[in-house]
Design a protein around this ligand. Structure first.
Ligand code: CA
Length: 722
């Protein structure tokens, strides 16, 4: 037996060395720990078994039928229209045993035959429409987990659902969050040894973050790890929370504290640890959240837990005393790197705060930390232990004059997945370099995150002038901590995937999908997808043919895909010599804007903007622009009537259509202020120069005017310690 095993292993290694990939993914390799560990073996090379492909989260496919030299022949193999149209598709396809699974808005899941595109099943968990008020950042889901014969995912209303992978029939369902609270699940679960790991989202609504493990067979909770301490007068759930509580002041437990681990979860079979990235503290300004200072552990940190028990092993806090929404929830990638002549098993992260980290996986020791954007102004450098030295000027909660933070609260890199190619040794990061205005409001209520940040006010100082601002795809050398190449990406970011064919794939706004040489960054292929891509792509093989899969969807207000085809969502699958064609794109012409005359004084407009951003923006988009599957209010007829507007917003006149009453959180006067603000936005859009897809619809058409005055470059650390 032993000899046979070694012989089999030898054959696999030989095939890999010779560049031969002989997967037969349609034959039933399935997914368990063994397959996920051996994800590059011939049996598994053709699968994309988990959100980040395998345990490493590298998003590197060992397939090399499609190469930088022949990718120009890549064409559409098949496509499938997804019934849940529009909205934001943050999903990465997962492909196992010849079936491809994608998630859609409202936590719906679709399964297709990966070779032919034939629909196999669809599951609608029937998330109630009013759950949208509990979401900070869109009606999104990033992906499923597959474990043996089950497909498992989380829903916006906090359930974990397991269905049979072949039939889509429900096997079990559990409530993984507290349904009475503003908690949700948007990330993809990860599974190791039959344990499902998932955390909740909701820091923006002051939730107390936790990661929990569930039994893949029945959904039973096995352990739960709390990211921040609760009421210190009660026993701490975990011993480390006792000393973590000493890093908090005030009565943080009454509002929750934050730290929700809403995306990054990595199981590492080498150390048997689970690495988790925790979210920002809540409310945002540390001064309000924890008066008197303190680091507020374990917000904005990387934490290592024992996979079997959930016991704390180590942590590194990337942003102590975070006041900038610097979630540390960006993907955690494991790899073996040679650093200073020594092979190290590491975990890498490029979080929102703009610093690239390389940590020793077993101990959490920081081996490298360096800015991966040109500048950042929330820190001035690092101390000898890689603790960031905070810029005192950035403490806007104390100073009260506001601050333009660099990178922005949206992150130098956020959930859009990055990819690591072990052949080039490079990390490919969907990067954004910009600033974000923050002003804390004196006497802000603690009950709602947004009340502590005054979105209607601008900092006293003008925004910093940033050379090279915008979004781009960055190829980053994690050993030498330096940029190798970059490609501009316009206004939005999208997930990245890399392959053994020396290729990097990424969508570009407003409606293209591109391939670059992994070593040089040269663009070697592009195709028109008719809509925007934000999620990650996957590569797989069925019957000896390599495919590339990605979802493109209408996404108005972000990069323009939605202006082109606002009600469009498709799974697109490519192969060499693919000849399928999309139906012709239908250019979208919005109806003419016909707002009533502007009314109200500045005070009313500012109040309207504040209330709009607190209660309306999640569904109807920032600054009135539609961001999802909800109406663009600037075009709404009821803007012409105070009575009609109030009847909808306060009295719930459109309840049947999913527009719930906001009586609990808004007064009739608030509704009128919102109407005045949206009318102002409609006039701004009407008077804006026509964009490529219609008048007043282009990105920025309704954006607030920037603060006047000459811009000055921010104080920034040009080269922190490596
Ligand atoms: Ca956040």
């Amino acid at each position: 037996m032993r000899i046979q095993f070694i012989a089999a292993l030898g054959a696999a290694s030989l095939a890999a060395a010779a560049g031969l990939v002989m997967p037969t993914s349609a034959t039933g390799a399935s997914v368990d720990t063994q397959h996920l560990v051996a994800s590059h073996s011939p049996e598994n090379a053709g699968q994309w078994m988990s959100y980040g492909r395998d345990y490493s989260e590298q998003r590197y496919s060992p397939l090399k039928q499609i190469t930088a030299d022949n990718v120009s022949q890549l064409g559409l193999a098949w496509y499938a229209d997804l019934a849940e149209r529009g909205g934001s598709y943050e999903t990465t396809p997962v492909v196992v045993d010849g079936r491809i699974y994608v998630t859609a808005p409202w936590s719906k899941v679709y399964a297709f035959d990966a070779k032919t595109g034939k629909p196999l099943w669809k599951y609608d968990p029937k998330v109630p429409g009013e759950w949208a008020v509990n979401l900070c950042c869109g009606i999104v889901n990033r992906g499923v987990a597959v474990w043996k014969d089950k497909v498992i995912w989380g829903t916006l209303d906090g359930r974990l659902i397991a269905v049979n992978a072949k039939t889509g029939k429900k096997v079990w369902e559990v409530q993984a969050t507290d349904r009475t609270k503003m908690q949700s699940i948007t990330g993809a679960p990860r599974i190791a040894d039959g344990r499902i790991f998932i955390g909740e989202a909701g820091s923006e609504f002051h939730q107390r973050g936790y990661l929990a493990a569930y039994d893949a067979e029945n959904g039973k909770e096995l352990w739960r790890w709390w990211a921040v301490p609760g009421d210190p007068s009660k026993p701490f759930e975990q011993p480390e929370l006792e000393w973590a509580a000493k890093t908090w002041h005030g009565e943080w437990w009454k509002t929750g504290g934050g730290g929700t681990p809403w995306d990054a979860i990595t199981y590492d079979p080498v150390t048997d640890l689970v690495f988790v990235g925790t979210g920002n503290g809540a409310p945002w300004p540390a001064e309000i959240r924890s008066p008197g200072g303190g680091d507020n552990l374990f917000t904005s940190s990387i934490v290592a837990l024992e996979a079997k028990t959930g016991k704390y092993r180590w942590h590194y806090q990337a942003t102590p005393q975070d006041s900038f929404d610097f979630d540390n929830t960006q993907q955690l990638v494991t790899a073996d790197l040679v650093i200073d002549g020594e092979k190290k098993h590491v975990v890498m992260q490029a979080p929102k705060n703009g610093v690239f980290y390389v940590l020793e996986a077993a101990t959490g020791k920081v081996l490298k930390a360096h800015l991966y954007v040109p500048t950042a102004n929330w820190l001035t450098g690092f101390d000898a232990n890689y603790r960031p030295i905070l810029n005192p000027e950035a403490n806007y909660g104390k100073i009260g004059k506001g601050f333009h933070v660099v990178p922005s609260a949206g992150g130098a890199h956020s959930w859009h997945p990055m990819a690591f190619n072990p052949n080039t040794g490079l990390m490919y990061i969907p990067t954004n370099y910009s600033s974000f205005p923050l002003v804390a409001e004196a006497g802000a209520k603690m009950g709602n995150q947004l009340l502590s940040i005054n979105v209607a006010k601008r900092p006293q100082d003008p925004p910093p002038k940033l050379e090279g601002a915008g979004s781009y795809l960055l190829a980053w050398d994690p050993v030498n901590m330096k940029e190798v190449w970059k490609q501009p990406q316009g206004t939005s970011r999208s997930g990245v995937m890399t392959t053994a064919g020396n290729l990097v794939f990424q969508g570009s706004p407003p409606h293209s999908f591109n391939a670059y040489r992994a070593d040089t960054g040269e663009r070697v292929w592009t195709t028109d997808t008719q809509a925007n891509i934000v999620g990650g792509s996957a590569s797989y093989m069925v019957d000896g043919v390599q495919y590339i899969a990605v979802v493109a969807a209408g996404q108005a207000g972000f990069g323009g895909g939605g202006y082109w085809a606002p009600n469009y969502a498709r799974l697109l699958v490519y192969k060499l010599g693919g000849k399928a064609e999309l139906p012709p794109a239908v250019p979208y012409t919005p109806p003419p804007l016909n707002p009533p005359p502007e009314f109200g004084d500045e005070q009313l407009i500012v109040r309207g903007q504040k209330k709009y951003n607190e209660h309306c923006a999640t569904c109807h988009g920032n600054d009135g622009r539609v961001s999802s599957i909800f109406p663009d209010l600037r075009y709404a007829g009821p803007l012409h009537s105070a009575e009609a507007f109030k009847a909808i917003v306060i009295d719930g006149a459109l309840q049947q259509n999913g527009m719930v009453s906001f009586r609990k959180v808004l007064t009739p006067e608030d509704a009128e202020a919102i109407r005045a603000y949206v009318v102002r936005l409609a006039h701004q859009a009407k008077n804006a120069p026509p964009g490529p897809f219609g008048p007043g619809r282009g990105p920025g058409a309704a954006a607030p005017a920037p603060a006047p005055g000459a811009a000055t470059p921010p104080a920034s650390p040009s080269a922190p310690h490596q």
